[in-house]
Design a protein around this ligand. Structure first.
Ligand code: F6P
Length: 361
């Protein structure tokens, strides 16, 4: 019997747990089909590699020793869905090329490890007749239909550590320390790290803020005898005034003002209004670096095993997921193009508010 040929790629922003997932898939496939009955084909740099046929047959030894390694051994690249699905100035039909590569590599199926953009393209390829399975990766935890994505909890741990460290320096200097946390559309990472790190205010895109309310919360803390405060701000946060604008208009105005995120201007306002020295810390890509946490290693392994089961059952067109605490899968078409947002009335926000954390609303 011919070897089962499984293509695998990692696409979009990297995160801890990609290698653990690659390893989980490979090991589970070797167990399920037999070492000599399966060939994993690593596609380099995400969909770019699929478009340009940059791929290699991987040796089983490549899947050992990578459980703890950050980043992705396959490399990754951002390939916006619009650029892939439309024929642009380069006149290249990228969908056709991806289908050709799939055929040339004689793939039985393709595993795509990535976030929202990756899932959109995965769904497109699935609708084009390829056997595709998605695996949900992102520190943003914003993939629809899954309670959790791999990479998220490691980033929560890192961001929490940042907030812990900011506490001691904020206390020493009697300052307000603002930490800007990744999360362009959704505030999950800021919310979780903010609660875990004991932030005094949490500002997320799902709850547009009022600068005066944030200042009031800082002032109140000072009046209650606290010499310092910590504010966790999601990079995608926007004000109540901005919330009235269309996304494009918001982006245009920010561009004109020469700003991408609002953290520094909130900080300046707080300092002006309260008289308390206010500093900003942006951990940025550090949140995506390094070794995955124990939680993410387990999740990545479980997701990998489920992908192998789906291949074994010949079930394609799904994204592996955590649903009601169980490893499961959702149809790609139900996931693609949607975002999982924080519920402003949900349990986590309510818990935070119940202990007095301000959301600036
Ligand atoms: O998509 C994940 C994410 O971490 C976002 O939170 C952030 O806006 C983005 O990646 C930044 O990615 P990069 O600068 O690597 O393109």
């Amino acid at each position: 019997m011919a070897k089962k040929r499984i293509g695998i790629l990692t696409s979009g922003g990297d995160c801890p747990g990609l290698n653990a997932t690659i390893r989980g898939v490979a090991k589970a496939c070797f167990e399920t089909f037999g070492n000599d009955k399966v060939q994993i084909i690593g596609i380099q740099n995400g969909y770019y590699g699929l478009i340009n046929n940059i791929a290699r047959e991987m040796d089983s030894s490549e899947f050992s020793g990578i459980l703890t390694r950050g980043g992705t051994i396959l490399g990754t690249k951002r390939q916006p869905f619009k650029m892939i699905s439309n024929i642009g100035e380069d006149n290249v039909d990228k969908v056709k090329q991806m289908k050709n590569t799939y055929k040339d590599l004689k793939l039985d199926c393709l595993l795509t490890l990535g976030g929202n953009g990756t899932h959109k393209t995965a769904n497109l390829l699935s609708m084009e007749g390829l056997n595709v399975i998605g695996l949900p990766k992102t520190i943003d935890n914003d993939i629809y239909g899954t309670e959790v994505t791999f990479g998220f909890h490691t980033a929560v741990d890192i961001a929490t550590d940042v907030i812990d460290r900011l506490h001691t320096t904020a206390a020493s200097h009697s300052r307000i320390l603002m930490v800007e946390i990744m999360g362009n559309k959704a505030g999950w990472l800021t919310l979780f790290a903010g609660i875990a790190g004991g932030a005094d205010a949490i500002i997320i895109p799902e709850i547009p803020y009022d600068e005066d309310k944030i200042c009031e919360a800082m002032q109140k803390r000072a009046e209650n005898g606290h010499s310092f405060s910590i504010v966790a701000v999601a990079e995608g946060a926007y004000s109540k005034e901005e919330a009235k604008l269309k996304k494009k208009e918001r982006a245009r105005l920010r561009q004109e003002a020469g700003i991408t995120t609002m953290t520094s201007s909130i900080a300046a306002k707080i300092q002006r209004e309260t008289g308390i020295e206010t500093r900003v810390c942006v951990p940025g890509h550090m949140l995506r670096g390094g070794s995955p946490s124990a939680y993410d290693r387990i999740l990545a392994t479980q997701f990998g095993v489920r992908a192998a089961q789906l291949i074994s059952d010949g079930r394609y067109g799904y994204s592996v997921a955590m649903v009601n605490g169980k490893i499961s899968q959702n149809p790609l078409e139900e996931v693609a193009g949607k975002t999982k947002f924080v519920d402003p009335e949900g349990n986590y926000v309510v818990t935070a508010k119940d202990i007095g954390i301000s959301f600036g609303d």
